[in-house]
Design a protein around this ligand. Structure first.
Ligand SMILES: [Zn+2]
Ligand SMILES: [Zn+2]
Length: 253
């Protein structure tokens, strides 16, 4: 599915759902965000719940599903089974709990890359936790045809181990958990999710140390229903390189 555009290889991101766990249908403003789930090049899906099944352009084209963690707004076994046959990737601490007809489960180890559908995918530990005390939650580094994407939901502030794995390869884009919006300081979730201000601080260092290519987009997703302005206002008040995601948005890097 990778296309060549004016001689350059591109990676296509489809943001199927862009909300945090507190969304449950359209809110009083008429806005709706499904649970966070992102499709790469039409074939590689990151997290899946029933809320996004109807948003997948071609479900039969999905060959691989990577899970960041087992929270209910990212992992839904019935939604996953609806996509079979496919390969399923999850951290080894809980991968053995996933089963279903046509699902080939591949346990992941932090720092050990896997190759699939043209992507090299490196699992990295995230600053997040679930009700399963043994679970290691994950972020991912996706590499395809020389393009590098950091996928960082859920989680607060990047961990040092993750920062080291990213290394000196400049990223061409980042998808960040931006659960907490501007003007909502004091929220308890900062210890497991980012505010936009936290991302601003990390970006300065990622840019200064050459880990993020100049002009590379930074996609904000996993937006909490109660911690953000309405989407049009949010877009107006959020400066580049931030891109405020909405459900169904497609972008290339
Ligand atoms: Zn979440
Ligand atoms: Zn979570």
């Amino acid at each position: 599915m990778t296309k060549v555009n004016e001689g350059k290889t591109i990676m296509k991101l489809t943001f199927l759902g862009t909300g945090a766990a507190d969304w449950n249908g359209p809110d009083a403003r008429g806005e709706y965000r499904r649970f966070t789930s992102t499709l790469l090049d039409g074939a590689l899906l990151i997290d899946v719940t029933r809320t996004v099944l109807d948003e997948i352009p071609d479900p039969a084209a999905v060959t691989d599903v990577f899970f960041t963690h087992s929270h209910r707004d990212h992992f839904d076994i019935e939604a996953l089974r609806a996509l079979a046959p496919c390969r399923v990737f999850a951290h080894e601490s809980w991968a053995d709990t996933i089963s279903g007809a046509g699902l080939t489960v591949m346990p992941l180890t932090v720092g050990r890359p896997v190759e699939t559908t043209g992507f090299t995918v490196t699992p990295m530990p995230s600053n997040h936790s679930t009700e399963r005390p043994q679970e290691t939650t994950l972020h991912y580094l996706f590499e395809k045809d020389g393009k590098h994407l950091l996928y960082a939901t859920d989680g607060a502030w990047l961990r040092n181990e993750e920062h080291r794995i990213i290394g000196q390869t400049p990223l061409d884009g980042i998808v960040f958990d931006a659960t907490i919006g501007d003007g909502f300081d004091g929220d308890w979730r900062i210890f497991e999710h980012n505010s936009i201000d936290m991302i601003r601080l990390m970006l300065r260092t990622l840019l200064k140390t050459g880990r993020l290519r100049d002009g590379a987009p930074v996609f904000l997703t996993h937006l909490a229903r109660t911690l953000h302005a309405p989407h049009p206002q949010l877009e107006r008040q959020t400066e580049p390189p931030f891109v405020v995601c909405f459900d169904g948005m497609e972008r290339v890097i």
